[in-house]
Design a binder for this molecule. Structure first.
Ligand SMILES: Cc1cc2nc3c(=O)[nH]c(=O)nc-3n(C[C@H](O)[C@H](O)[C@H](O)COP(=O)(O)OP(=O)(O)OC[C@H]3O[C@@H](n4cnc5c(N)ncnc54)[C@H](O)[C@@H]3O)c2cc1C
Length: 467
């Protein structure tokens, strides 16, 4: 049996490895020149950086065992230390009650505490309408807390008003990391305990997160193939089965036939690629789902270290990036000895001014803001690098669910097609969830094949049955 996997990110590669280990024939096709997708590590000379620092953390033992077996000695435990920069003040993230209140001033803290108390009372009296992210946060924490800690950063990440972000996003997010719990923990917990998902440590490969995808590729390629630089353009189907895909490789069209297909490419692209075309209502639904894009600007520095932090969040709308990290705090091997780099995340939409800006201008703007915020001085800058990351985040606009369900109901009719992964399912998945989704897709295929084989052999006749 041959399975063709669309996309060589963590979901696609994990599916590929499980199938390959089960003795199946596997072909992974990846459009980029390297595997890893969102979880890849870029090298510029001896400097290395992820597309926004990627920490590996999971509560799923099966996935942790899968990763440890794959990575062996390469994984290190790294302490997590993060801050939020609000105005001129750094707040610990997760926030610490006493420091946060000191930083905010007594009047603001009192406003927040009373807003929180009123919100809790109101939610006991009546069930508040929970449509948007704003509804969700305000109903739990009050408006002052929402404005201080939530609104600015969320709107920077998503690029739309919090009233247009679906409350369902928070529900999905909560499976991994609850910002609500962070705030509650920060301002109201007296024990100093942190919530489980904000545990102080995470796993990280010494040469960057991209090593996970590299290792998956190496394992698959013991007996099977991972082809990079192969961009899927069309999927032909008949009678509820995908027959083949057409991809462009080195300027040439190439047709690949297979019995099973796993798609981890963006859900909306998949719908557009189907031939014959999907019904008009499904295509209309796909045109209404949007992704948020990202530009990563890395600044290489001739100095040993700038911060001691894992991430620093910057909600200020005047600053072009929303978050920064220093890879050498994750692993010393991410820069040459005595040097370091800062990596900034500029949330944007493909085609907007940030996305289209020249690399030199993006680097210049980033350096200017890093200098103004007191992180660096210009003479320390050695070089910069810009990477554009399309479809980094599925965008959960109010009403998205209806479109999503319509698409999934249609795709569910294809008997030999699995969808998996973050963009592939249009879900807010972290790496552990993406790996799990890939493994689950592979196991569904193996289960299906087992059933088909049993059916082919017919109903077993019990030995000794007299006719
Ligand atoms: C800024 C940022 C920070 C993050 N930080 C963390 C973190 O700290 N911890 C964590 O657990 N998770 C983090 N994540 C999430 C993590 O990156 C994802 O969960 C994971 O990488 C998703 O893997 P995937 O395989 O599902 O998708 P992807 O990585 O998107 O893989 C899909 C692949 O399909 C390929 N493709 C697309 N179209 C085509 C086509 N037409 N033909 C062929 N190939 C195609 C793409 O090139 C890509 O390689 C972060 C994400 C972002 C954006």
């Amino acid at each position: 049996m041959t399975t063709c996997i669309l996309g060589g990110g963590l979901a696609g590669l994990s599916a590929g490895l499980v199938l390959a280990r089960a003795g199946q024939s596997v072909l992974v096709v990846e459009g980029d020149s390297a595997v890893g997708g969102l979880a890849r590590t870029v090298a510029r000379g001896a400097f290395r950086f992820d597309l926004g620092g990627h920490r590996f953390f999971t509560t799923d033992r099966r996935i942790e065992a899968f990763l440890r077996e794959l990575m062996g000695e390469e994984l290190a435990r790294v302490a997590r230390r993060s801050k939020i920069l609000l105005g001129d003040t750094y707040f610990d993230y997760p926030l610490r009650p006493s420091k946060a209140i000191r930083g905010l001033g007594v009047a603001a803290a009192a406003r927040m505490l009373s807003g929180y108390a009123i919100a809790r009372l109101k939610s006991r009296v009546r069930d508040p309408r929970m449509i948007s992210l704003e509804d969700w946060v305000v109903s739990r924490f009050g408006r002052s807390l929402f404005r201080a800690f939530f609104k600015g950063y969320s709107e920077k990440v998503w690029g739309i008003d919090c009233r247009r972000i679906s409350a369902e996003w928070v529900e999905q997010r909560i499976q991994g990391l609850s910002l609500g719990a962070v705030i509650r923990n920060a301002l109201f917990a007296s024990s100093g305990k942190t919530v489980a998902t904000l545990a102080g440590e995470f796993l990280y490969p010494a040469l960057g997160i991209g090593r996970i995808a590299d290792r998956l590729q190496e394992e698959i390629e013991r007996d099977n193939r991972v082809r990079t630089g192969v961009r899927v353009e069309r999927l032909a189907h008949r009678d509820g089965r995908i027959q083949s895909l057409t991809a462009i490789e080195g300027g040439r069209a190439r047709v690949v036939e297979a019995e099973e297909f796993v798609s981890t490419i963006p859900l909306t692209s998949l719908v557009e690629m189907l031939q014959p075309g999907a019904p008009a209502d499904v295509r209309a639904a796909a045109s209404r789902l949007r992704y948020r894009d990202l530009v990563v600007v890395a600044v290489m520095l001739d100095r040993p270290r700038v911060t001691d932090q894992t991430w620093i969040y910057v909600p200020d709308p005047e600053v072009p990036f929303g978050r920064l990290h220093e890879p050498t705090n994750w692993s010393e091997r991410m820069a040459p000895p005595g040097q370091t780099l800062l990596v900034t995340e500029h949330f944007c939409c493909r085609g907007d001014a940030t996305w289209r800006a020249r690399d030199e201008d993006l680097a210049e703007r980033t350096v200017a803001h890093l200098a103004r915020l007191g992180f660096i001085s210009r003479r320390e800058v050695i070089a910069s690098a810009v990477v554009r990351v399309p479809r980094a985040y599925p965008l959960f606009e109010v009403g998205y669910r209806e479109h999503h369900e319509r698409i999934c109901a249609y795709l569910g009719r294809f008997r030999n097609l699995e969808i998996a992964g973050r963009g592939g399912t249009f879900k807010y998945l972290n790496m552990d969830h993406a790996i799990a989704a890939g493994i689950d897709a592979a196991e569904r295929i193996l289960g299906r094949q087992g059933r088909e084989r049993r059916e082919d052999r017919g109903t077993p006749v019990l030995a000794g049955t007299a006719r």
